[in-house]
Design a protein around this ligand. Structure first.
Ligand SMILES: Cc1cc2nc3c(=O)[nH]c(=O)nc-3n(C[C@H](O)[C@H](O)[C@H](O)COP(=O)(O)OP(=O)(O)OC[C@H]3O[C@@H](n4cnc5c(N)ncnc54)[C@H](O)[C@@H]3O)c2cc1C
Length: 470
């Protein structure tokens, strides 16, 4: 059995572990050991379905010290007018370059792939999946849990319903492996994976009538137009100012969601169906039009069993149709695990801090660890914010995220770091001074942020589930 020592042991080299490590070593001379059971860095992207892309712009993804992609706005195609969104292959290649060309040559980072971490009786260890050799690790400073929010993805999840012999059910990854046209497609799931599957089928020429969409719960969605950084930042700030205004003026929860929809900050798939979930999924208006062309939507709750002739759901059953392919898109994606303090004795648990921006959150955590002394201050700068699930979770999520923004603005060092951080969606605000859209958005934002926080605190009363650690 081998033994090594390090300042930090980072368990998981996915997006979170990589962004944290990059930011930590940029601001300190700490030594880091990264352990991952996968062969290389990049986490879940190694098992992603082939047509997946980032849901947000590449300009805001990866690590702080290296650009991902070109940061040139797409001029044509389905993403025209927006910053490019990398494919899974591009993301995995990017992380490998970050590791090979930056982290390892820094002399501060050692990477052990194909290795399972486990807690040892009196410390930590990892075991190679190739040799079986176990190495113990003495950690001088902290263990960093970069797998707490490891998403549940289609390739590795087990369908939560029974499948009878003769039923044709495939994970979304296998859509590209079809060798002959099925009689139709039934897409199972309400989330971003199901949205991606429907858009891919439509984009590949499958007529909307050939798609049946089993959508147990309708989601609130974000509009991609308001998620763009750099040159398009004024629109993003306009979006923030509009949802803060909606929050400040809301009379109750129903009125809040009515206002958020009216100002374009939440959108629904079906004008006739009230959304009940919110999981940060993003679409463009063009994609929305395509998705609405699928009219055969089944709302009978979750699928419980698929047979050759019948699909059983929580609230009824429908014919399965022989020759139909059922596309399982029911993996949960983002994990809604309970928020816990990011910094605790000997441990850092990477979590979402700014709403729907896990990678920026991990980088901020790395910088804060490197530059601040006590855990109370660190947790104030990095308050954990649970991923949302139910629609009402928008309220505590936004409230905690806005409180954190105020903490950052009043800390000159954090503010300065944020203005250097490419992962920070609001980086480069100063470049837009004098832009009328930016100026009016900022005026609306400053007027509404404090009233919005206090109204959201009122509206939060009685909400279970997602809740920020305070
Ligand atoms: C389809 C999709 C699109 C997304 N698009 C965006 C986007 O556009 N913008 C954005 O900001 N976020 C996006 N996200 C979210 C973001 O990419 C990350 O998925 C999120 O932060 C989770 O990454 P992670 O590093 O926490 O988890 P992972 O990528 O799963 O990494 C965790 C790693 O830990 C390793 N591990 C776990 N347990 C052990 C163990 N015991 N021993 C060794 N290794 C272990 C795993 O092998 C894994 O590699 C998207 C997510 C999905 C699923």
């Amino acid at each position: 059995m081998g033994a090594i020592e390090t300042d930090y042991l980072v368990i998981g080299a996915g997006a979170a572990g990589m962004a944290f490590t990059d930011a930590l070593i940029a601001a300190s001379d700490a030594g880091v050991v990264m352990v991952d059971r996968r062969h290389g860095p990049g986490g879940h992207w190694h098992d992603a379905y082939p047509f997946v892309r980032l849901h947000g712009p590449s300009a805001l993804y990866g690590v702080n010290s290296r650009r991902l992609g070109s940061d040139v706005i797409d001029q044509d195609g389905p993403n025209a007018g927006y910053y490019p969104r990398a494919t899974a292959a591009e993301i995995c290649a990017y992380y490998q370059r970050v590791l090979d060309e930056q982290l390892l040559p820094s002399g501060q980072v050692r990477f052990f792939g194909m290795s399972d971490y486990s807690a040892a009786r009196d410390g930590h260890q990892f075991t190679s999946r190739l040799t079986g050799e176990t190495t113990t690790i003495r950690v001088r400073k902290r263990v960093v849990d970069a797998r707490y929010l490891e998403p549940s993805i289609p390739a590795t999840h087990i369908p939560p319903f029974g499948i009878e012999p003769g039923a044709r059910v495939i994970p979304v990854n296998d859509l590209v492996g079809l060798s002959s046209p099925p009689s139709g497609f039934t897409v199972l799931g309400s989330g971003k994976t199901a949205i991606d599957a429907c858009l891919w089928l439509l984009g590949a020429g499958v007529p909307p009538e050939a798609i049946r969409w089993v959508r147990p719960r309708d989601p609130w969605l974000l509009d991609r137009a308001f998620q763009q950084p750099l040159q398009l930042l004024p629109r993003l700030i306009e979006g923030v100012s509009l949802y803060l205004e909606a929050a400040a003026q809301a009379e109750d929860r129903t009125d809040l969601f009515r206002r958020l929809e009216a100002c374009g900050q939440l959108i629904r798939l079906d004008p006739g169906a009230e959304p009940t979930t919110f999981r940060c999924a993003t679409v463009s208006q063009d994609e929305l039009v395509s998705l609405r062309s699928i009219e055969n939507v089944i709302r009978l709750g979750r699928v419980t069993r698929i047979g050759p002739d019948q699909i059983k759901l929580a609230a009824g059953s429908i014919p399965a149709g022989r020759g139909e392919v059922h596309v399982d898109c029911s993996a949960a994606g983002l994990r809604t695990k309970p928020a816990r303090p990011v910094f605790s004795a000997g441990l850092i648990t990477l979590q979402q801090i700014r709403a729907c921006q896990p990678v920026f959150s991990a980088a901020l955590t790395g910088y804060t660890e490197a530059t601040r002394g006590d855990d109370a201050r660190k947790n104030l700068i990095c308050p954990a914010n649970q991923y949302p699930d139910a629609a009402v979770d928008w309220i505590p999520l936004t409230c905690a995220a806005q409180r954190a923004e105020i903490t950052w603005v009043t800390d000159p060092d954090v503010s300065a770091w944020m203005q250097r951080s490419r992962l920070n969606a609001t980086c480069g605000m100063g470049d837009h001074r004098g832009d009328p859209l930016m100026d009016s958005a900022l005026a609306r934002l400053f007027t509404n942020i404090e009233p919005a926080i206090s109204k959201l605190e009122t509206l939060m009363a009685g909400i279970g589930g997602a809740n920020a650690v305070r």
